[in-house]
Design a protein. Structure first.
Lengths: 512, 249
């Protein structure tokens, strides 16, 4: 159910408070709050102010460029885009099953990616709020403060991330924006020397990952009542699971559950995503609003990412992470955990899972095999889906008979979380800000809610040419004088605003 | 009659040459690198890219077209000439659409490698962002004019080595562009074949081998891992056609 705080009835009469930029997130976004004379919040929105356009400008390029080209969406999770595009390209070149070596090298790359991204987010971006409190002095509430006050925690965070980056470098050639995955397979295996290099540190990485889970458990338990309530939003959940219902990050079927944990659909073919999911466009954001088609936009929005994945899966295939999952699900007595801040806990369980999965793979001789690429017959459509650090990631491409991209659709993890993030900040605005004198620590609570989702805003804004826009003409006193809206179909309409005719006389007619 | 070998000095180093050789030919044969793009040892000199500019007896000339002469004093690795070369390279980069991060020739591209060698750190000039065609009509090859630098290596190779004249340059000045000799103007309708030397001589990513399903054994483009591409570990001044010529000699 959508919150009533999305759109105020008379925004022109309300006071506007802006958090711009939202800090300690990847990319650029802002939050606007509209308050009435008594300080009650009447509207709260997370706006994504970046503009990307990848879906448009890759049109006409050869499909085999996709894994390397599209990963430039992001500098934090490029591997996720690299692999999702490569999976789509596998289908384009007619390959349904990679060689064992290719799949294992890609999985290793992916686990390294999720490990480094989760470490980056928790230790660098989120831990200052959790270690020092949401209302700590802003000059202290940052990674420098963590380094000064908790040097060992900071060190472990940095080195965990470094290990993940090393896994990526070895499997893709570079720590950022490598080229390991190619249509139908990979361009290199892992050599014995590289395997030994990673093996040397995996024991320490596992120990640090366990310590990270212990840390978030301690922090969460210490503030249990507040954390359970803060930014808590009952939502549907979407994630991949494997054939047995286990947590799966690279290849699986789609599972959606409602807020009570009832399965809405399970083991769904990712190629059917367009039938299962839809995207809504709103005039005030560059980011789309996906929803489960069968439930409609009002009730069908959902959560993706660590919290959705841990809630959705039946178990985790590695022992340490599974033990931690069982402790986690006890939080809500087996019901889906809906507290936004529990996402940090779920994220670190996944970090531990990735460390265990890497350890397993490093003992697998097929990682060093020589069969790297599989052949097939060219097809016109490819859909690659995987679980990126921030949630389910969809890449869909169609090519012409010459192999050039004709159509592309990306639904990025953060886009999937658009509505639930907005609902979370509205919950915070309603419960913690409403009627109060707004201060930096209070406004930081809005950011804390957003950070829980680890949004990657630069990944999430990629539409071009179809994005609705609203142009407001406001006079010196803040009164709305005129409004033009461009809709998704390209039509431009002037909205009926009182006194707009007078305003046009004074400011001149718009040429739209 | 014995071949008379002469000598000239390049940046103070004695370079031997044989009659008929250009400054570039002699320098490459002596394992001394002069940056170049349009020059290729298998083709007739062209002198169009001007990257191989050197200073001879007070005049700037293209080393690939200037005959070696006994006693010449040639300057190449000077700060002034380096700046000239960088400016030429910067203009080449902004005239086309050279997106190295997404190009499959990155690490194997001579334009990129020469730019690294010359110390070009940024494009400096305003990008033209021209709208150019990508022709994927050929079963084995792709022609991406976004990356064409009009070096005419393919024109010369097709004409002089393959005896086909598939390529030519049409237009003048900023309108100059590569054209294909076929009824439709498309590469797929031309006589170009994968075995032609013109298909493999492009210094940039304008003429590419198509990545086809079924060619598992072929390693080109993104199938070559980072670290194993020609210019990943060594400068083009050591592993380019300098090295090839030295090995042959």
């Amino acid at each position: 159910m959508l919150s009533s705080l999305e759109t105020a009835a008379h925004p022109e009469r309300l006071r506007r408070v802006v958090i711009d930029p939202v800090t300690r997130v990847e990319g650029h976004g802002k939050v606007t709050l509209l308050l009435d004379d008594e300080g009650h919040v009447r509207q709260a929105r997370l706006h994504i102010v970046e503009f990307r356009g990848f879906e448009k400008f890759i049109q006409g390029r050869p499909y085999w460029e996709l894994p390397v080209l599209v990963q430039r969406l992001c500098g934090i999770c490029p591997v996720s885009h690299h692999l999702a595009a490569a999976k789509a390209c596998d289908q384009l070149v007619g390959v349904d099953q990679l060689t064992a070596t290719a799949e294992k090298v890609r999985r290793l790359m992916h686990y390294g990616q999720v490990l480094q991204s989760h470490a980056l987010h928790f230790f660098h971006l989120a831990s200052p709020d959790l270690l020092f409190g949401f209302d700590d002095a802003v000059a202290h509430r940052n990674i420098v403060g963590v380094i000064q006050e908790h040097p060992e925690i900071a060190r472990q965070g940095v080195l965990l991330r470094k290990y993940g980056q090393e896994v990526i470098r070895i499997t893709s050639g570079k720590r950022i924006h490598g080229s390991g995955a190619v249509p139908g397979g990979v361009n290199k295996a892992v050599s014995a020397v590289e395997r030994d290099l990673l093996r040397a540190d995996i024991g320490q990485v596992l120990a640090w990952a366990q310590a990270a889970v212990a840390l978030i458990k301690r922090l969460y338990e210490a503030e249990r009542a507040g954390f359970d309530r803060f930014a808590s939003v009952a939502s549907n959940s979407l994630s991949l699971v494997d054939d047995s219902g286990h947590l799966e990050l690279y290849e699986g079927g789609l599972r959606a559950c409602d807020a009570s944990g009832q399965i809405l659909f399970d083991h769904a073919d990712c190629g059917d995503y367009a039938r299962l999911l839809r995207e809504e466009i709103k005039p005030w954001s560059y980011m789309k609003f996906p929803f489960i088609a069968a439930l409609g936009p009002e009730h069908g929005w959902y959560r993706v990412g660590p919290l959705a994945r841990i809630n959705n899966c039946d178990r985790i295939a590695t022992p340490l992470a599974e033990t931690e999952r069982q402790a986690f699900v006890a939080l809500a007595n087996g019901q889906p955990v809906q507290a936004a801040l529990a996402t940090h806990w779920a994220r670190l369980i996944e970090l531990l899972y990735c460390a265990e999965a890497i350890e397993r793979l490093l003992d697998d001789p097929e990682l060093s095999g020589t069969e790297l690429i599989t052949e097939g017959v060219l097809r016109q459509r490819g859909i690659g889906v995987l679980e990126a650090p921030r949630g389910t990631l969809f890449h869909h491409y169609e090519i012409d008979e010459n192999g050039l991209i004709r159509k592309a659709n990306l639904i990025v993890s953060t886009t999937n979380n658009n509505q639930v993030m907005n609902e979370s900040i509205r919950q915070v605005a309603r419960c913690y800000l409403d009627g109060h004198q707004l201060t930096e620590p209070l406004l930081n609570q809005i950011e804390v809610a957003i950070r829980a989702y680890d949004p990657c805003l630069s990944c999430a804004t990629h539409a071009l040419g179809q994005m609705p826009l609203q142009l407001d003409l406001v006079d010196a006193d803040g009164r709305l004088e005129d409004r033009l809206q461009r809709h998704a179909d390209g039509t431009v309409l002037r909205c009926d605003v009182p006194d707009a005719a007078d305003a046009r006389d004074r400011f001149g007619a718009c040429g739209c | 009659m014995a071949i008379v070998e002469g000598r000239f000095r390049l940046d103070g180093v004695e370079i031997p040459f044989q009659p008929g050789q250009t400054i570039m030919d002699a320098a490459l044969a002596a394992a001394v690198y002069i940056p170049h793009l349009c020059h290729h040892p298998a083709l007739l000199p062209h002198g169009s890219c001007r990257v191989c500019v050197v200073r001879v007896n007070g005049r700037e000339v293209s080393s690939c077209t200037t005959p070696a002469t006994a006693g010449l004093e040639v300057e190449s690795e000077t700060e002034a000439l380096r700046a000239l070369r960088v400016a030429i390279l910067q203009m080449l980069f902004v005239e086309g659409n050279h997106v190295c991060p997404a190009c499959e020739r990155t690490g194997a591209c001579e334009l990129q490698a020469v730019a690294y060698h010359c110390g070009m750190l940024e494009p400096h000039f305003t990008h033209f962002f021209p709208r150019r065609e990508l022709d994927a009509s050929h079963p084995d090859l792709v022609l991406d004019l976004n990356r064409c630098i009009l070096c005419e290596r393919c024109v010369r190779a097709s004409r002089d080595l393959d005896r086909k004249r598939v390529f030519a340059v049409a237009g003048r000045g900023l309108d100059s562009h590569l054209i294909v000799d076929s009824p439709t103007g498309r590469l797929g309708d031309s006589r170009l074949e994968l075995t032609d030397q013109a298909a493999h001589i492009c210094p940039v990513g304008a003429i590419l081998l198509r990545q086809r399903a079924g060619d598992v054994g072929e390693r080109h483009g993104f199938r070559v891992p980072i670290g194993e591409r020609p210019y990943d570990r060594e400068s083009i001044s050591r592993v380019g056609d300098v090295a090839t010529l030295v090995e042959e000699s």
